[in-house]
Design a binder for this molecule. Sequence first.
Ligand SMILES: Cc1cc2nc3c(=O)[nH]c(=O)nc-3n(C[C@H](O)[C@H](O)[C@H](O)COP(=O)(O)OP(=O)(O)OC[C@H]3O[C@@H](n4cnc5c(N)ncnc54)[C@H](O)[C@@H]3O)c2cc1C
Length: 471
Amino acid sequence: MEVAGTPARHVSTAGGEAAITALRGALPDGAVLTDPGATDRYRRDHAALVEGGVPLAVVRPRSTAEVAAALRVASAHGLRVVPRGAGSGLSGGAAAIAGGLVIATEAMTRIIEVDPANMLVRAEAGVLTGDLGAEVARHDLWYAPDPASRAFSTIGGNIATNAGGLCCVKYGVTRESVLGVTVALADGRVVEIGGGTIKRVAGLDLLSLVVGSEGTLGVVTEAVLRLRPPPAEPLTAAAYFPDLPSAGRAVEAIARARISPSLVELIDRATMEAVEDWRRLDLDLDAAALLLVQSDLPDPARRDEIAHAARCCAEAGATLVVAADDEADSRMLMEVRRLCFTALERRGATLLEDVGVPRGRVAALLERIGAIAHETGASIATFGHAGDGNMHPTIVFDRDSEDDRARALHAAGLIFDAALDLGGTISGEHGVGVLKLPWLEAEIGADVRALGRGVKAVFDPAGILNPGRAL
Ligand SMILES: Cc1cc2nc3c(=O)[nH]c(=O)nc-3n(C[C@H](O)[C@H](O)[C@H](O)COP(=O)(O)OP(=O)(O)OC[C@H]3O[C@@H](n4cnc5c(N)ncnc54)[C@H](O)[C@@H]3O)c2cc1C
């Protein structure tokens, strides 16, 4: 698949050289990479079907001022700019644009301040989410957002995609933990939006526009993030279901039960088969689905909550329900979830999608995905965050077969259509990027899309930031 791009100003070879000279003049030695051997690894993100273009240059700034300097050069020379964190994105939003500039935040890794009294942390955008979590844990604090990629994705990337994760069902998505951002705008101005207060309603809520803007409004250089007291280590219940409707009923019953589990994950049979094929965990492969539920309340509420969730599963028709007695058992029950994606990746290239539906319709979504797999012949396994309706249908395909690549894209399109049909969304957490752009208008409508583009025009009038993506 070609990376879509707005036809911006053409930069001639001479113009390209002038831009590189200007970048070298504006940034310290070693911060500007132009050698294809060095820039190649910035061409793609984790979206298997987005090729990415050959960038004119990649810059690796070390401060907000250096990001701003790079943007001033890009603006002056009409370079299209792709902001990039760790490149773990799954929708092509960080793939390079041919002849453009990549601004990679990977060298901006300072955790500037942990403020235990106010339960805040201020950090640069390139800090890995897992590193931030480990640092605040030393102060007996907890950063809730937990994308499965937290060990290798950045705070800036998480903010730009409004990343979700396994605990969103209780603690919400990244936006719920962002109090403020420093943003370098396309023309090189630097603005602070929000800050270190929990509540703040002065002016329009531009913070919420920046969170999830996928690099189209500015480059996030620093963030002020909200911390919480660490929860108890979770206890887990696991339940097998003979069919998808009974698993769906359990998800609904848990939602209706007015309890607040910290995780409600569903794994379908195809995913269990891939895990079992790789690591023998003695999973019940006759079951249509496995549901995992966790509670992180302090005892005894934790045990009560897990018992309550287990009852919901049994009453919905589970064939087997197991509740962990202790943390070690709990970790064992969760092992299967940790292995899902890697087990599927072992079978071929993957298109890991992230559609969301109202949580009462998770079973209907899975049935539609089953029908799509049957109809297209695509290999699709699904797991994900059933508790908030956000599932990961994962299409496994042969990267070297043109037919298979086309089949994978076709099946993905049918899955997006199905999610929209069920009143859902094409993206619960990964963002629209390049891959899902053709479906955006079907979800949000032409008027809302035009409003979004109007907002971008205010932030980035020349349209140099991630053009042709996300909006
Ligand atoms: C194995 C695996 C598991 C994953 N699990 C999850 C999950 O559980 N939940 C989830 O939500 N996602 C998940 N992802 C997807 C991905 O990790 C997230 O989208 C993550 O937030 C991307 O962070 P990044 O630093 O890699 O950003 P990148 O991939 O580099 O960029 C992502 C987007 O953000 C923009 N961007 C990056 N940094 C900045 C910045 N500083 N300022 C402005 N724009 C910026 C880019 O232009 C691009 O549009 C997973 C990916 C993989 C490979």
